[in-house]
Design a protein around this ligand. Structure first.
Ligand code: NAP
Length: 295
């Protein structure tokens, strides 16, 4: 399965509560984002059963039905604490496939390493889904190095590779470098999928302490907004010399680290701009300069 190094994150597609779907953007804008992304060389989308309580998968399914080229779809299973049987994964997966209008999902990920079920039990269930032909590849999300190694070992026993670990990674969240996760992904041949790669819009340079995002996101990002000034200044400086936006530089930095990124996009303009992180590369010196300015 070949994916572009930039995908599109579809958390905001159908999510009213956190992202304001239906107020500042609608299905028409999202269709524009979908088509613009494909037109710009992006070939995959990331969603989850919990995004918009299933609405994100439904919207994506509608768009897929009229897509004029192959599209890779990643979705996620949420191990709610009341899902206590392996079989509940197959039930959830069937719901995902119905909403997406697909017979098989390309990448099926476990959303969080929540207890009480052990990693190995869920990995067995994922392997069964692959063997049943309902899933092409298996991924984990928000897994630590140790949890990822356990998932990798459990799947290997069943003859299924662990394809990916999706974690928060950006210039404002560099935990995957400090924790050894990025190195462990390289060692195991697991693709690191960076989520919130624009720090929920902060790295585009359009927000500041004086003009934060509205609502819940603004409150959640308050602390980060105090740190972004030097990072955005550096992204701008590097971007201006290359005719790139701060967001494109921030996404390219992730590509240079060996990750793939799934920036969320609500409009054609955002999707097209984010795809502009493809097809070029920061120099090593530019990566080091960004490393030194990011907290
Ligand atoms: N596995 C997990 O637990 C997990 C957790 C979080 C996210 N994710 C995944 O990662 C994806 C991306 O993360 P995210 O949505 O949290 O954050 P993000 O990609 O860092 O930021 C997305 C937001 O930034 C703004 N934006 C994006 N492109 C822009 C552009 N070119 N110009 C200006 N503004 C732009 C938009 O919001 P505004 O226009 O409103 O500013 C957009 O909704 C999600 O959609 C989801 O698929 C996974």
């Amino acid at each position: 399965m070949r994916i572009s190094r930039i995908g599109v994150g579809a958390w905001a597609w159908g999510d009213r509560l956190y992202w304001g779907y239906g107020r500042s953007y609608n299905d028409y804008d999202l269709r524009g984002a979908f088509e613009a992304a494909l037109g710009a060389g992006v070939n995959w989308f990331d969603t989850a059963e919990v995004y918009g309580f299933g609405r994100s998968e439904q919207i994506l399914g509608q768009f897929l039905s009229s897509a004029d080229r192959p599209v890779v779809i990643a979705s996620k299973f949420m191990p709610f604490p009341w899902r206590l049987r392996r079989g509940s994964l197959l039930g959830a997966l069937r719901g995902t496939l119905r909403r997406l209008g697909l017979e098989r999902v390309d990448l099926y990920q476990i959303h969080w390493p929540f207890p009480p079920m052990p990693v190995e039990t869920w990995m067995d269930a994922f392997a069964e889904a692959v063997q049943a032909g309902l899933v092409r590849a298996v991924g984990v999300s928000n897994y630590s190095v140790e949890q990822m190694r356990r998932a990798h070992a459990a799947l290997t026993k069943r003859g299924v590779p662990l394809a990916s670990n999706q974690v928060e990674y950006s210039l404002l969240e560099r935990a995957p470098e400090r924790s050894g996760l990025l190195d462990a992904c390289r060692e195991l041949g697991v693709t690191l999928i960076a989520y919130s790669p624009l720090a929920q819009g902060l790295l585009t340079g359009k927000y500041s302490k004086a003009s934060p995002p509205s609502g819940m996101r603004g409150r959640r990002m308050r602390k980060r907004l105090t740190k972004i000034e030097p990072v955005v200044a550096s992204l701008r400086e590097i971007g201006e010399a290359r005719d790139k936006t701060p967001g494109q530089v921030a996404l390219n930095w992730l590509i240079c680290k060996g990750a793939v990124a799934i920036p969320g996009a609500k409009t054609a303009q955002q999707a097209e701009q984010n795809a502009g992180a493809l097809g070029w590369r920061l120099t090593d010196d530019e990566v080091v300069a960004l490393d030194s300015v990011a907290p």
